[in-house]
Write a protein that binds this ligand. Structure first.
Ligand SMILES: [Zn+2]
Length: 71
């Protein structure tokens, strides 16, 4: 059966500290995220696959399901 995957992640901008809840796409990793406050472009940190893994409260769906993503 389907595993429970949390699609809501709260992103925190490393530049200005702005916090925003976003819904993650289930079928793709989101590489870029533009901060709604300071308009800076967030990119994943080294070793992370997407902005949610780097800046979000919840890792992206493929990570939650213990799958490799972007392969
Ligand atoms: Zn910002």
């Amino acid at each position: 059966m389907s595993e429970t995957v949390n699609l809501k992640s709260v992103l925190t901008c490393p530049e200005c500290g702005f916090v925003k809840e976003e819904t993650m796409p289930t079928n793709a990793c989101q590489w870029f995220y533009e901060c709604k406050s300071c308009a800076c472009l967030l990119k994943p940190l080294p070793g992370d696959c997407c902005v949610f893994c780097s800046y979000g409260t919840v890792p992206c769906p493929p990570i939650q399901q213990d799958k490799k993503c972007c392969t």
